[in-house]
Every structure is written in C-alpha cells, then in structure tokens.
Design a protein around this ligand. Structure first.
Ligand code: ADP
Ligand code: BMX
Length: 299
C-alpha cells in the first residue's frame, strides 16, 4: 500500500480530544478538533464523531477508519482499559453501530493505528522490530514486528502503558497498581501535580511551569520521562526493538523526547533502541486508521 492510496475519512478519539479528518492521497486535507466528553456514554461519543464527520462532508459508505483510546476486540466492540479515563465505555459494539449509521467502518486502538501508519510510511518503515509509544492522556503503544502489527483477539496487545514501573506506587484506572501510565501519562502528571500542592491543573500547565524552572514541575516531567525510558528498555528486552517512535501531545512536547533519551542513556547499549519523534506527528493515528480500513476492504 502506498501512502498516496489513502483517501477518505478518519477519526482519532483520545482521552482529551477527538480529531477527525478528511484525507486526500495520504495527507490531511481538513481536520476538526473537539474536546472529548470523557463521561459520555457510547451513544453520545458516536454522536460527537458523526457530527465532526458530517461537517467534513462524509457520505454513506465513504472509506472510514476510527481510532479510539481503549481496546477494540475482534468483534469490533470497544472497551476502556483505563476506566478512570472513559468510565462509560464498557463493551460497546462500536464497529457495528458505526457501520449501520455511516456504512462500513474499521475501528482499532489509537496507538495501534499510529504504529501501523509509522510502520508503513514513517519512522518504522525500515525497522524489523518497531514500537510506537504515545504519551498523551495515557501511555499507549503499538508494536510492529517483522512488518506485522501485533494484535490479539481481546484487543489488549500493545497496551504497554499498563506494565509496572519502579517509579510508580499508586493505583491505575486499569485496576493494576503502579503502572507506567499512572505516573507518566497526562492524567498521572496532573495527579502528581495535585499531590505536590497544585490541584486543578493539567499536564500542559505542568510542562509550562517546568519550562519556567519550577522545581516541583521539573521533577514531575523528569519522572514521566524516566518511567517511559525504563519502559523502552523493558520492551527492547522482550521484543528486540531497534526503533521507537514517540507521539502524543506530551511525547511531542518540546524537550520531552530529549529527556527520555537522556534517561535511556542509563540503559546498556543493547536495551537502548533508536528513539525518534513520530514522522507523521499528530496525523499518525488518523492515517493509520484509514490505512487499516482500506487494507481490510481490499486485502
Ligand atoms: P489524546 O490523549 O486525547 O489523544 P493528546 O495527545 O493531546 O490527546 O494528549 C492530551 C494530554 O497532553 C493532556 O494531558 C494535555 O494536558 C497534554 N498536553 C497537551 N498539549 C501539551 C503540551 N504542549 N505540552 C505538554 N502537555 C500537553
Ligand atoms: C490508555 C488506554 C489505551 C490508549 C492509551 C493512549 C483507555 C481508555 N486508554 O493506555 O487504550 O491507547 O491510553 O490513549 O483504556 P490517549 O487517550 O492518551 O490518546
């Protein structure tokens, strides 16, 4: 598949924002953004998706790929893994519902979609063992080994933010304890800020405070980057990764990848894959979702 083969529509629903795009010949021609209503039930999430697609000119049966935070199982049902992030998404037949309203659609996890795009057209295209990591509301991942996106029937494969971190200690919305996501993702960063006496601020504000030199904020950002670096070392040990691409608004924030690289410097060479920004940046989940759809329709 060539990138220029991709024309149609794509949606990327994360724990903070929904992006929707019209894609022409592999490039985003028009993009709309809306905040995610994290407490909304599936019907309201679908209404939000459809409203953005309507505004982009989507018509019945136009090619459509939909990337979502949470796992999408082999039946196309959507489940939050971190139920603190999307508490009302508890197993909803997303692909079937979208197909009824909009024509065929393909749904998959947002980081898996981005990994597919980066593996085909971006930072992972020359790699034999590649991971995409998003550091965003949570910490998500997609794994492309031997040019194949790793998947599982339950849709959980690649959810690398839910491995444990020696820097974490508290509960995670996944039900696990001391996960990377609980300390390194946007929600974890905001929780750490609240614990440091700065309630009601988001990760973006913590980064702004860190760039002005506030010690408490510098510490929180450094801990996030260190937890992600250790995760990369662990994944290298399991998968023999040669390349990791980073995305998400935190992963792409100025200085974050450099901090993560510096922390990765503590690892032995063998456990230190090449770490780069996602070539497709914020477009990666959108391009990957449409690619997944077109691949399914034209195998
Ligand atoms: P989503 O998780 O919905 O895909 P994002 O990738 O935008 O969305 O990630 C959202 C998280 O990134 C939030 O925690 C937000 O505070 C944080 N964020 C957004 N912009 C920035 C920025 N410029 N610097 C640091 N953090 C940011
Ligand atoms: C969480 C998990 C993943 C998702 C990742 C990044 C939920 C709701 N989300 O690990 O499925 O891929 O966050 O998502 O279970 P984002 O919202 O940060 O973009």
């Amino acid at each position: 598949m060539q990138r220029s083969d991709l024309s149609g529509f794509a949606v990327d629903l994360g724990g903070t924002k929904i992006a929707a795009a019209r894609i022409e010949k592999g490039a985003v021609a028009e993009r709309l953004l809306a905040p995610t209503d994290t407490n909304a039930d599936p019907a309201a999430q679908i209404a939000a998706i459809r409203s953005l697609l309507d505004r982009l000119g989507h018509r019945w049966q136009a090619p459509l790929g939909v990337a979502v935070a949470g796992r999408v199982d082999e039946t196309g049902a959507w489940h939050a893994v971190n139920t603190g992030t999307l508490p009302a998404i508890l197993g909803f037949p997303l692909e079937r519902d979208l197909a009824q309203g909009l024509g065929a659609a393909t749904c998959l996890n947002d980081a898996a979609a981005a990994a597919l795009a980066e593996g085909l057209f971006g930072a992972g295209s020359a790699s034999d063992s590649f991971a995409y990591l998003t550091v965003s509301t949570g910490v998500g991942g997609g794994l492309v080994i031997g040019n194949r996106l790793i998947s599982s029937a339950n849709g959980l494969a690649g959810h690398v933010g839910f491995v444990t971190s020696r820097l974490a200690s508290g509960p995670c919305g996944s039900g696990r304890m001391a996960t990377v996501e609980s300390i390194a993702g946007g929600r974890g960063i905001a929780a750490a800020a609240a614990a440091a006496g700065h309630p009601d601020i988001d990760a973006r504000a913590v980064f702004a405070a860190a760039s002005e030199g506030a010690d408490w904020a510098v510490r929180i950002v450094a801990t996030s980057a260190s937890a992600v670096a250790a995760l990369i070392g662990d994944l290298a040990a399991i998968l023999g990764l040669d390349t990791v691409a980073m995305g998400g608004s935190i992963g792409l924030a100025p200085g974050y990848i450099e901090r993560t690289r510096a922390a990765l410097g503590d690892e032995p060479d063998l456990f230190r894959p090449r770490l780069v920004r996602a070539d497709l940046g914020h477009d990666a989940p959108l391009i990957g979702a449409l690619a997944a759809h077109l691949r399914k329709e034209n195998p």
